[in-house]
Design a protein around this ligand. Structure first.
Ligand SMILES: Nc1nc2c(ncn2[C@@H]2O[C@H](COP(=O)(O)OP(=O)(O)OP(=O)(O)O)[C@@H](O)[C@H]2O)c(=O)[nH]1
Ligand SMILES: [Mg+2]
Length: 445
């Protein structure tokens, strides 16, 4: 989908539901004409970026609502087009009625993310900035928000711009020597070029690794709590979230369907998945519950394997979680049983080990406590893949340089790395990538 700029689009930019004020956003060539139609006054007279008091009226001029309006003329607007915002009363019905008036005056309902897509097409934002905006509005925790705002504030752009400039310098040197070999190249420069390429490869690798933090903070950490029936999994989940969220009972097989409980620890969003305890189940429905839990655990960032008194310790971890890890803890420490050596001991009754376990779970997924404020962090898999391509290109270039490969070939590697860096910011990315990105936006953004 590209956005046809001849069409004027409209959507409610504020969240749905009851609220004091809702903002209906209109963008496109007919924005001012539509604004005039739904307010019954000449919107051309509103000036630029000035709030005016308006009534919203239907075609017959009957009052529907009232509020404030502002016109932002292109190209000095978010989308680069004429934009009008109508600040009206909130509430689903009221907004629906105002939207109905706007559409009957000639606007079309916007697709999810279509305003941002137009901003992108007008060169107002890069793809990486659009990704940062999405990360800001969908941040599940305060740390995810800090990270997203850092990138929106330019942390990633600064690093990528510097790397692109350095790559361009290397490329210019290489190409000069390819085109004018007789000019001669001092041997020291050859070494310096290789060193510079290695430095660029290392910088791209650092960016690539930063996605571990970006992903975990953006998506939140998913921890599947697994183990034998009656191990104390559900009691541990309740203790970890500090509230009675799931059923705990003497009866083995209490948890049937898996249950997801969301919480936030130290600014990190965590989803705990309580699963049905493992045993050679008799009833078909319990077997199905266990299978569902296993499948969910396989998609988690890590498995928290709970071992109670009498449970045997498996030599190997079970199905690996998507993140690859399994952390084992002993439960019911208050019963004074002989817990396995070296294992963190917890108790849902006394609270023993609960705070330590929260910390271990966060540390286990590789989240540094104090990721440097304002540092460049990749937020999407698309960005990570681009950083990987850049790293590979620089590495190949450095290796070629050091092994004395022809400069033309080294230049090809460096050029591919530079192209990857450009695509990281969003230059020349394909329609399919944009479609995927904007599908994740909400309508009105
Ligand atoms: N003393 C003591 N008892 C506990 C503790 N944690 C759980 N229990 C008891 O152990 C029994 C089983 O606890 P659950 O949390 O339901 O166990 P589960 O692993 O979720 O069991 P299933 O859902 O059947 O797989 C209950 O009677 C709990 O009260 C603990 O830390 N100390
Ligand atoms: Mg349970």
């Amino acid at each position: 989908m590209t956005s046809d700029p001849r069409e004027t689009i409209a959507a409610c930019a504020t969240a749905a539901g009851t609220g004091g004020v809702a903002i209906v956003r209109v963008s496109g060539p007919a924005a001012l004409v539509i604004a005039s139609a739904v307010t019954g006054v000449d919107a051309e007279a509103w000036g630029d970026r000035r709030l005016v008091r308006v009534a919203i009226v239907d075609r017959a001029g009957r009052r529907l609502d009232d509020g404030l309006a502002v016109a932002m003329r292109g190209p000095r607007s978010f989308t680069g087009e004429d934009v009008v915002e109508l600040h009206v009363h909130g509430g689903a019905i009221n907004v629906g009625i105002v939207m109905g008036a706007v559409v009957s005056a000639g606007a079309r309902l916007a697709e999810p993310g279509e305003f941002t897509r137009r901003a992108l097409e007008a060169g107002k934002v890069t793809v990486a900035e659009a990704e940062a905006m999405l990360a800001v509005v969908s941040a599940p925790s305060s740390r995810a928000w800090v990270l997203a705002q850092d990138q929106l504030g330019g942390a990633l752009a600064r690093v990528v711009t510097a790397q692109r400039a350095a790559a361009a310098t290397v490329l210019a040197e290489l190409e000069a020597r390819v085109d004018f070999p007789e000019e001669g190249l001092a041997p020291a420069d050859v070494g310096a070029l290789g060193g510079e390429l290695e430095r660029l490869a290392a910088a791209a690798a650092t960016l690539e690794r930063s996605f571990a933090t970006g992903r975990v903070l953006g998506d939140g950490v998913v921890v599947a709590v697994v183990g034998a029936v009656n191990a104390g999994k559900s009691a541990l989940v309740n203790a970890l979230v500090g509230a009675e969220r799931v059923l705990v009972a003497d009866e083995p097989g209490t948890t049937r369907d898996y249950v997801e409980v969301r919480t936030v620890w130290d600014g990190v969003a965590v989803t705990l998945v309580d699963t049905a305890g493992e045993r050679a189940a008799v009833a078909d429905v319990e077997r199905r519950g266990i299978a569902l839990g296993r499948a969910r655990a396989a998609r988690a960032d890590l498995r928290l394997h709970v071992l109670g008194p009498g449970d045997s310790i498996p030599a190997e971890a079970g199905v690996a979680a998507a993140g690859g890890g399994e952390l084992r803890v002993a439960s019911k420490g208050d019963l004074g049983w002989v817990t396995p050596a070296g294992m963190l001991v917890t108790s849902a009754v006394t609270g023993q080990g609960i705070q330590e376990l929260r910390r271990e779970l966060i540390a286990f997924v590789g989240l540094a406590d104090d990721a440097e404020a304002g540092s460049a962090v990749l937020l999407t898999e698309r960005q990570r893949a681009a950083a990987e391509l850049a790293r590979r290109g620089f590495q190949a270039g450095a290796a070629g340089r050091l092994s004395g490969a022809p400069l033309e070939l080294v230049a090809v590697d460096v050029r591919s790395a530079a192209t990857a860096l450009a695509s990281l910011e969003g230059d020349e990315v394909g329609e399919d990538v944009l479609d995927q990105l904007f599908a994740r936006f909400c309508i009105g953004k």
